[in-house]
Design a protein around this ligand. Structure first.
Ligand SMILES: CC(=O)N[C@H](C=O)[C@@H](O)[C@H](O)[C@H](O)COP(=O)(O)O
Length: 225
């Protein structure tokens, strides 16, 4: 994957291929196979978690990759420090997704300092995963390249809506010139379409495509009497 252009993601579907600690699919090889399947379905990009997964998908899949490193459970856990972000970039991610909230970061750097250091150290772009409109505006001001609604409903600032947080998405799209990517609880093609209508630059879908345990649960619940 060379000569990455953000434009290649415009209006497209990005598939997030993640399995969580202790799950049967928590294996880089498995996630690479899931990513290769997403390519066949028409994805324009892949989002993946963990250094081993990012590295293997970078080798195997000829699509731009949004990489992240989750560390910890609560608070700032999506690529929480500059060190995590640099490792993700060095593993081959064209875009590094980092916590883009206004919360204090574990390494004491500000979001702006983190972005500046990453831009100086690597060609990777920075996606700020935000949890509210105010987060998004602050992240844009801090110099990030792309904003994602990833953390809406997970930081206490926004309700955890059944589907994507279209309100934050639409407002950030209206107020910013930066690309805003819809991510988080996009569970149906109709919701993905609504995100594009709300102005999303691209749409990330994870669970509804790549997390069979959850999808099975949806169906199991539907047939239960
Ligand atoms: C909040 C958080 O930790 N989000 C993570 C970020 O990478 C992933 O667990 C999500 O699966 C991803 O954002 C895609 O969202 P959804 O799986 O809802 O389509």
């Amino acid at each position: 994957m060379t000569a990455f252009s953000l434009e290649s993601l415009r209006g497209g579907l990005i598939v997030s291929c993640q399995a969580y600690a202790g799950e049967p699919m928590r294996n880089p090889e498995t996630m690479a196979q899931v990513a290769e399947s997403a390519v066949r379905g028409g994805a324009v990009g892949i989002r993946a978690q963990g250094i081993a997964d990012v590295r293997l998908i970078h080798e195997r899949v000829a699509l731009p990759q949004i990489g992240l490193w989750k560390d910890g459970d609560g608070g700032v856990f999506i690529t929480p420090t500059f060190g995590h972000a640099l490792a993700v970039a060095e593993a081959g991610a064209e875009i590094v997704a980092i916590d883009g909230t206004r919360r204090e970061r574990p390494d004491g750097l500000t979001l702006r300092q983190t972005v500046e250091r990453l831009h100086a150290a690597s060609p990777a772009l920075v996606m700020a995963d935000v949890g509210s409109i105010d987060d998004g505006l602050a992240a844009a001001d801090a110099g990030v390249d792309v904003i994602g609604t990833t953390l809406c409903g997970y930081t206490g600032e926004r309700p955890k809506t059944d589907g994507p947080d279209l309100e934050v998405l639409a407002e950030l799209c209206r107020r910013l010139t930066l690309p805003v990517i819809a991510e988080g609880r996009v569970h149906t093609p109709a919701q993905a379409s609504a995100c594009i209508d709300a102005g999303a630059f691209a749409v990330v879908v994870g669970t509804a495509i790549t997390h069979p345990a959850t999808i099975t649960g949806w169906f199991a619940e539907a047939v239960a009497r």
